[in-house]
Write a new protein. Sequence first.
Lengths: 297, 414, 306
Amino acid sequence: MSTTVRPAAPEAVASGSQPRIRRRPWLRRASLRRLGLVLAAWVVVAAFLAPLAWMVLGSFKTTVDFLAYPPVWLFPPTLGNYANVFADNNFPGYMLNSTIVAAGATLLALFLGIPAAYSVARWRRTALGMLLLAARMAPGIAFLIPLFVMFLSLHLVGSYVSLIASHLIFTLPLTVWMMVGFIEAVPLEIEQAARIDGCTVVGVLFRIVAPLTAQGIAATAILAFISSWNNFLFALVLSNEHTKTLPVAVLGYIGYNSIQWGTLMAAATLITLPVLVLALCVQRYIVRGLIAGAVAG
Amino acid sequence: MLPVATRAAGFDWKRYAGKELRFMVSVHPWTQWAQTQLPALEHDTGIKVKWEILYEDQLRQKLPLTLRSDPGSVDGFFTLPSWDAAAFSRAGWYEPLGKLIHSDLTAPDWNFVDFFPNILKIHEYDGHQIGVPITIELQALFMNNHMLRAKQLKAPTTLDELMSTAKALTDRDKDVSGIVTRGDGVQAVYTFGPFLFAFGGRWLDEKGKPELATPAAVNALKYYGELLRAAGPPNILGMQWKTTYPLFQQAHAAMFIDATNFLTYFKDPSQSRVADDVAVAVLPAGPAGEHSTVISWGPSIAASSSRKEATWIAIQYLTSKAAMAASTKATHLPPSRQSIYDSSVYTSSVPEDMIRTTKIEIPNAVPNGANPLVVPVPEVRSAIGEAIIAVLQGKNAKAAADAMQKRVVQILNG
Amino acid sequence: MAETILTLAAPSRARTTRRRHDWTPDLLIAPALLAMIFVMGFPLLYLGYMSVHRWSLIGFSPPRFIGLANFAALAGDERFLSSLTRTLYFTALGLASNLPAGLGIALLLDQKFPTRNLLRALLILPMVATPAAMGLVWVVMLDPSLGIVRFLFGLIGIQHPPLWLSNPALVVPTLVFVDAWMWTPMVALICMAGLASLPADPFEAARVDGASAWQRFRFITFPLLTPTLVVAAMLRIMDLLKVIDIVYVMTGGGPGHLSETTNLYNYLVAMSYDKIGYGSTVALVLFALVLLCTGVLVRLRRMAAE
């Protein structure tokens, strides 16, 4: 047989079936093709990252440089935009708000969700599943309108409480979904052994399941944090001047009669940087997190 | 420190010392200036003010909700009668100021009659004085003198001249538009107003019913669409003021129509390339003459406040003659007091052509003419905006006007 | 497995007639369930309640029961109906672009080569970047006079590219493009997970038989990957039908209403025009639409599996 072994199937190579390999591997058509694919992959990923790079680049440009066309690539960088962001508005305050709301929504989701996930994983309590699916499918506005009216009468509009509670709509389903997967990966024998030794269910949760799923809990927490940090609509409706979160605040970089382009880019960079870094830490679990609640039947 | 208006014998500025007030205001050069005066206010009156500055559309959402759900938590707010007056009055949120003005709670030299009567009327609704006017926002025709002189063109004074001048100044190859103004539906209602009035039209009839399908309205729509399609920027459709004014600022448009406020940004050399070339002129006249809109923002007292008197003291402090002289110097915007308007403070801070333009326009200007004075302003503006969008796409003006009339009637009845 | 633990948890169950119900699983799940009922269940019921009322928040008059009048009005609301068509158009364009592109990227990255894992990791960044912020960044990039996109088109000879966000015909496709930039990586990653789980045998057999890459894709990869693609499609449909963030931030629904999706119209009606009752009606209809579309897809998936 004169089939050339495709380098993209290394299993074949490793098993030792290398019939007619030419002496100069770098000239192989297949090798060149592979190089082409790698380059193509790099080009594609670079294209996806380009807007982010442009945002960061722009954050160091002055307004005058920004308004120049053709765009200037080499320019004296300025930290002025970042200074504006921190000096001008209540940006640090908004950052704090985003952190408080996201942390609160995440912690609450973990506190409620992990026991629930354990229940679903070990006892197959799937009633919750329907609600979780509905949460994924329903438009946020369907919850926001009644929640807004309810919170209004309770004088809670604009409070952290209302924001955190509303964010549960997406952080809790996410947490339960992710944790069920992680808990199922814990070998039952360990839990059984502990139960036989007289450990209560709660004890098992704290002393066995939690430590063994620590990495999963961390990943879940980060994903929940990211989804809360990025949320726009809920904050648009339920926050006020004091509890405004970053996505809503970024709209504010359009003044009464003026816009500051560079400052806008700096603000956008500051807002997205935390989640970009966090996401890279948990990139292995991103797919699972995104599917959360969708694969039903 | 702000010099306090002279203490006339017997008027005690400190009589409400110790009170704490909360104001909700929008982003505006005046509110930003006022914020810097708060320490002086506290020093001279003993009143502490929490001054919350919000962006306009956020104020529009949060203020009504706060006034309704948390009465008593807001003492004063910045109001734009053309937008708010009907709705807020119906809800009973304004405290009528008439009693306060003519009481002994008003400093003798605060001088109510010093304000332009036409402008005071803007802050009147249903016979009550609901606010104190601070800003006078007219619309004017801004021109790039350099570009006009290069083509040996004079400043247009009629709508026909405007059309021909704008077309002559358009140079697509050099990326220059003859004229630019708002192309976004809801926002364009504001700049469309003067054209409607120039053709003899109006928003509502005497009974308050919409009059948006009259020949005047159709002609105005037709003109607006033609003007901007022929001489406006290629992406005029949906253009908001945040994109229109930079075009003029960077010399990509020869002429600009919008609020007089924008002069500040055109004259600022750090952001504007036309600081030395910008000229201000009266809006061109149509068959029914020239009628700018004049709107005005100003502080009002919340009817549900339990600290109305203290709020009135604070408002007086920020709107006294001395205060207005200081704010005019700082913001370069036309003051609402006649005495300051005629004084050297104004004439030394604002270019002569702007002074002349506003003085000519004020008598003919339509108070609160920015949109129909109805309760559901956002929705009605949206419906009118649809008609403007339609003519900017080249669609038939009569059809657009009829649809607009139908929809607005539907909204007002529904 | 579950049965084992059940037996262990209540060993007495099989031996005595007195059944002691183990409350443990219910207690563990109760807090979460209660929380969801409070923030989701009850609000949805309240939403239904408000949809049959005329309800204003500014409070000129108390809420008034009007039966199905809101629903009737919806049927004649041109602005709502055009937003619906627009949303469906947005969704269709989104699916047509996201799925093939995501699959293509997945196939590209399915090869094993150095830096592949790095690329996979980097690909998630557009998905997690805050949509509201990135929307504004895109507006700057798409600016007709000063934007980098115009510059790039200039490099290939097009000096005056179309007006992305103010051209009535292009505004929705442009928004779909920005949305695709954000979410195609998700489709790609899901497909990559799917590809990784495919059995190797059919491919080996095909290679042995001399099938070309295209033939392998068409007759093996694609059919085997269909369930994965359906999952990706379901996720995308749910989000595309509900799109609001980037529309609000980039165009506000404009020019005029030419990019107004149903979700955005819903928001405006409830929060700007103060028509809470009518807004509730729109929300219910939108929810029903998502349920319908997802349900159709689930049905199709079941049919395909048979």
